[in-house]
Design a protein around this ligand. Structure first.
Ligand code: GLA
Length: 388
């Protein structure tokens, strides 16, 4: 994985080679999420943080009315007329086209833009490299053209780009964390009001270790959209008895029990998971304030069980990693992270025990699954913005 200085030098050099001018530089980080999974699109609560792995973008406006884009990691160039933006075959370009289209929808005209980007967020790991790309580009355009759009609005535009150009009906967590991240903190976000509160994660007692299965099951985006519609179905049934419930965030366990016989077991399970996950986020925040990682960790294990058995977005590789962590006295808590069907587990490892855990998990995983995992040790970081 390349370090910051090398990445920046490479991007600057490539930009000058391609476009003959020195660019401005922007960055947007990936994210982790401690607890609160699949709650964001249910108007609920999440507890993410931005991390020290990011997408870096060299950007400069041009007056050619063209988007001229280069992905350093893919070593690929793509160009499109700014007045003819549409979904294209080149997947990575869609994120940037999608973001530009959101500015146009607001009646703003981001003339032409040149951009070379790259970074060190492992793709497909569930660390939201796509949200980082969208947020970094949105911040870049906003700055280049002095549009003065508020950060919260940029986040919504980045989310829309993902809906419309990548086809994933994601919630707002990833874009929010990438934009509002703060070094040393996780944030509790209310995904309905977008009110947020920072909680210190001083790392005095735990380290964060991610275990990447490096599998991405093809179900990921289709099943994600299916979960959303299952939650909507659940809300409709609950509403038939409790009309004030607008989303699963408004429902409590007693309400759900009251309508249990009116819904299919699958829908009940999905709703049960979400309603209890929102409760767990509240409990986890209280535990965090007391530095009580033992309680926090137990809640993470409960989340994993719910994601695996009720929400059904886990897979054998993720379940295996969590089982290994559970047997280790050095781990406070572990669970699958992000949308699911592959990607990473997040592990809260007791201080000083990371190396021991890493060799255990490598060995045990190899024995059970037969392939290797990738390990990332991550720290919290600041959100998207211009680099000096
Ligand atoms: C993906 C989505 C997020 C969120 C998570 C699950 O990362 O982009 O909006 O729904 O899955 O918590």
């Amino acid at each position: 994985m390349q370090d910051f200085n090398t990445i920046i030098q490479n991007l600057q050099r490539k930009f000058t080679d391609l476009f003959q001018l020195p660019p401005d530089l922007y960055q947007a980080p990936g994210r982790i999420n401690l607890i609160g999974e699949h709650t964001d699109y249910n108007d609920g609560f999440v507890l993410p943080a931005a991390i020290d792995k990011a997408i870096y973008l060299a950007i400069l406006k041009n007056d050619l009315e063209k988007l001229r884009l280069f992905s350093y990691n893919m070593d690929e160039f793509f160009e499109i007329d700014i007045h003819e933006l549409k979904k294209v075959e080149v997947q990575w370009a869609n994120y940037l086209i999608g973001v530009t289209a959101q500015f146009q929808k607001k009646g703003l005209n981001p003339g032409g833009i040149d951009c070379v980007f790259g970074g060190n967020i492992p793709p497909g790991a569930g660390l939201s490299s796509s949200a980082a790309l969208e947020c970094g580009f949105a911040a870049g355009i906003n700055d280049q053209f002095d549009f003065g759009i508020e950060k919260t609005e940029l986040i919504r535009m980045a989310q829309k780009a993902e809906h419309e150009y990548a086809g994933v009906l994601c919630g707002i967590m990833d874009q929010f964390a990438s934009t509002f991240g703060k070094e040393g903190y996780v944030m509790k976000l209310d995904c309905r009001s977008l009110d947020y509160e920072y909680f210190p994660l001083t790392n005095q007692e735990v380290d964060i270790v991610l275990c990447d299965t490096r599998v991405e099951h093809s179900l990921a985006s289709s099943e994600y959209n299916i979960r959303r519609s299952e939650c909507d179905k659940g809300v409709k049934t609950i509403q038939s008895v409790f009309p004030d419930v607008k989303s699963l965030r408004d429902a409590d366990p007693a309400m759900l029990d009251k309508v249990k016989t009116r819904m299919k077991t699958t829908i009940y399970d999905r709703c049960h998971y979400i309603i209890h996950e929102n409760i767990r986020v509240e409990k986890a925040c209280k535990a965090l304030l007391k530095n009580d990682f033992s309680t926090f960790g137990k809640l993470m294990y409960e989340t994993h069980a719910g994601l695996s058995k009720e929400y059904m977005v886990s897979c054998i590789e993720l379940d295996t990693l969590v089982d290994i962590a559970k047997k280790s006295p050095d781990i406070s808590g572990a669970r699958m992270m992000g949308g699911g069907f592959g990607g990473c587990t997040i592990n809260l490892v007791k201080k000083g025990k990371a190396e021991k855990f890493i060799s255990l998990v490598n060995e045990e995983y190899k024995k059970t699954i037969g392939s290797t995992i990738q390990i990332y040790r991550v720290k919290t970081s600041d959100g998207a913005g211009k680099l000096n």
